[in-house]
Design a binder for this molecule. Structure first.
Ligand SMILES: *[C@@H]1O[C@H](CO)[C@@H](O)[C@H](O)[C@H]1NC(C)=O
Ligand SMILES: *[C@@H]1O[C@H](CO)[C@@H](O)[C@H](O)[C@H]1NC(C)=O
Length: 315
């Protein structure tokens, strides 16, 4: 009797976990997870690679699966061409790569594991960019779960928050054509996130907003027309550090400092082999956690919190 009810419980648990959660992936080429969404959510087709559980019903689950299947041949071909058989360019380039197509999503796409966009341009529709109005994760294009990797993606102008990483993440050859609020927000509690290759254009304010703790390494990256490349949160609630910023082989034109750090939290910024065409390397601040404007205490390398090596202003 006891055993029988244990079996029933296990069977029931298996059934529950076989359903895709709100906003999770539920279909797409190469996807092997659950295809049905939890009650009240519908699997909605976005493109060959991706269907997502969205709120409400549209009678979508079957449609999504069918459409994904019928486009499978196209998907394979596109991925091979664009990704060079799964390759990724993590080297520095100052030329935005051509897109291999474009798609729009009605909400942020959540990624666990690795996602290779095959150089497709992604955007939000309806548009959510409202300039510098801080809106939050839901207005991102992509939300990365801890440990996730995203590569070979072009992000269009109509999203607001670019990529949000809930834990450490790896961003390879991702291009932001027109950064809205910011391009990348890091919320990891510790560990290192990596940005390798790719670039960001037209960022009124920050490209990388570092709100978590630990380290971010930005390598082989191109920034053009931006406010700051990386900023440790100046006044988040629960603010603190240290946050370590490592910048190597970056070309940055027409913008502000490569990093803004809070020395009172022990933040560091190490810049090497990079170019900023007005010699703006770092700003040092006293951060706070009460929301007031953080006080700027100095600019430029101080040999301690901020250091530079082999940097130049001609690029
Ligand atoms: C916020 O915190 C900073 C640093 O701790 C302090 O100097 C400042 O007075 C505070 N501002 C307010 C409005 O509480
Ligand atoms: C918090 O700091 C940011 C800069 O990091 C600034 O843009 C914002 O205005 C500040 N918030 C307040 C309430 O001062």
């Amino acid at each position: 009797m006891k055993q029988a009810s244990t079996f029933a419980l296990i069977a029931c648990a298996a059934l529950v976990s076989a359903q895709a959660q709100p906003y999770a992936q539920c279909g797409g080429s190469g996807y092997t997870g659950p295809k049905n969404c939890v009650s009240g959510w519908t699997c909605v087709y976005s493109n060959e690679w991706y269907s997502q559980c969205l709120q409400g019903s549209g009678g979508g689950a079957t449609t999504a699966a069918t459409r994904t299947t019928t486009t499978r041949t196209t998907t394979t071909r596109t991925t091979t061409t664009a990704g060079g058989g799964g390759g990724v360019n993590t080297g520095l380039t100052t030329v935005v790569p051509a897109s291999s197509g474009s798609t729009t999503l009605p909400s942020a796409r959540v990624i666990s594991g690795t996602f290779d966009g095959g150089m497709i341009k992604y955007d939000r529709n309806p548009k959510v960019c409202q300039g510098q109005t801080e809106t939050g994760e839901k207005d991102a294009m992509f939300i990365l779960e801890a440990g996730a990797t995203i590569r070979n993606v072009i992000i269009g102008p109509n999203q607001a928050e670019g990529i949000h990483c809930r834990g450490t993440c790896t961003i390879e050859n991702v291009w932001w054509l027109d950064v809205c609020e910011d391009a990348l927000t890091l919320k990891q509690s510790s560990g290192t996130s990596y940005v390798s290759g790719g670039g960001a254009l037209n960022a009124e304010d920050k490209i990388v907003q570092f709100n978590g703790r630990g380290t971010v390494q930005v390598k082989n990256f191109y920034a053009n027309s931006y406010g700051k490349l990386v900023r440790s949160c100046g006044n988040c609630s629960g603010n603190g550090g240290p946050r370590n910023v490592v910048i190597d082989n970056v070309v940055a034109r027409g913008g502000g400092v490569l990093c803004g750090i809070n020395t009172n939290y022990g933040d560091t910024c190490r810049i090497s082999n990079s170019c900023q065409n007005s010699g703006k390397w770092c700003d040092r601040y006293t951060g706070n956690s009460n929301g007031s404007e953080p006080t700027k205490i100095g600019s430029g390398p101080d040999g301690s919190y901020c250091t530079t090596s082999n940097v130049r202003t001609s690029c």
